[in-house]
Design a protein around this ligand. Sequence first.
Ligand code: G4P
Length: 520
Amino acid sequence: MTLQDEMKKRRTFAIISHPDAGKTTMTEKLLLYGNLIRSAGTVKGKKSGKFATSDWMEIEKQRGISVTSSVMNFPYQGHQINILDTPGHEDFSEDTYRTLTAVDSVVMIIDSTKGIEAQTLKLFKVCRMRGIPIFTFINKLDREGKDPFELLDEIEEVLDIQTCPMNWPAGMGKRFLGIFNRQKEEFVRYNGDEEETIIPYTELHAHSDLTENAMFQDAKEELALLDEAGDNFSLDDVLAGEQTPVFFGSALAPFGVETFFNTFVSMAPAPGPRKSTEGVVSPDHPEFSGFIFKIQANMNPAHRDRIAFVRVCSGKFERGMEVKLSRTGKTIKLAQSQQFVASSRGTVEEAYAGDIIGIYDPNIYRIGDTLVTGKDKFEYDELPQFPPELFKKVTAKNVMKAKQFKKGLEQLVQEGAIQLFKRHRTESYILGAVGELQYEVFQYRMKNEYNVEVMLESIGERIPRWLQAEQIDESLFDEGNLLVRDREENHLVLFRNEFALNWFQEKHPDMKLIDLFEVN
Ligand code: G4P
């Protein structure tokens, strides 16, 4: 098989959803179809150990190395599927965002009873900004949920993306009858625990129990409205991230999941070209290249090794091959490589564009690093920094440990574990993170790797904005609107709330405030 064949087979994506919308259930169903697992309940679920933050450290220690954000891969209908897990709620961190830089598309799961919810909205926004194609699955149709039109409107409005329903539900909850498959022109009947039945539109007349049902008739009218409005489906728009195909179903039943997945696999993009310092690199470029989007440190002090997650972007990876680290020009032999399958790791012998591999990191890599073979010297675009929301002052408990404190802080910041800011006048350190978990990991690693106990003092949730002004009048800022500098010496203001931000902007229209989300 040629490089091009291998690359074309790949479907590398993340499933994102609000907690409880059904990500685990959906993932499990996909793994079942891929024969990766034989029964439901194998993937970490609520009962089997979706753990709280406090348990997390213990689990990390026991396992040696984290699998909280793993990669699942399996062949499916001639394709090679790579699913990247994005940890949600209390596990939410900058890594969650960074994972999105390593995928070619995402599956967005929405709970039909709830619609779009806050935390995930941020993830969807990152997808929108990066132009990542989004495929939507509206879940839990077996429950009484929101009106389908209302859900579509919500997606369009909140995410500013066009929707195109690929199927249309008839009824919901206890009165859920099934879905119209618009592409295939057939009605897929929901039979509860029994197998679904498929009825072509042309044979519906023979099913009077359906056609005489008021819910069915309503749905047919809605469908006619949709058809009348015209088929707005455009694969080009989907691939450009401007339109999202929407599927309705139930991950738990499962109902509509297999059809969804088959359509997804046929439409979702294979790995595409990526921008680098030497221009665009095609995935079938003969030399190997990839970038590091995540580094997972070992939480066990007895094993200080780390794993760097590499997204392969071109060529072929072979175990034991020598690569060059573009940033330093140093040559490294990749003898230890791993692939992540659910919670067990196997050794990977070869990999192609779209695949994710884990390589042993003897403390030389940084997030965003590019690895290449041959004469190539390019680096892939820097990974964006994602806006932190939680800010804390950090100091060493013991002032005698100032040197280790600085060293640890510098290294962990460089590694991308947490973001560092300096307060304007006092030069005191302020840390920024996307989620609480990042602080726990930071504190733990400072103690175990650098032998420094740190004190963290919360300054709460803040709204950070970059500040651009001819001159910065420091007297305008205080504890509420805190002026800080980032690592590149850019000025930022950490506003206490939306109100303070708006008030400031109105008072000082000459000062430009830039949303960190807008520039990614
Ligand atoms: P998450 O990973 O996105 O957090 O969600 P997860 O799959 O764990 O699902 C959250 C809850 O929603 C689970 O119930 C799950 O069984 C249920 N669920 C998922 N898909 C559907 C669906 O299509 N229909 C219905 N009715 N429920 C669905 P739980 O009671 O919280 O957990 P469990 O005890 O069933 O594991």
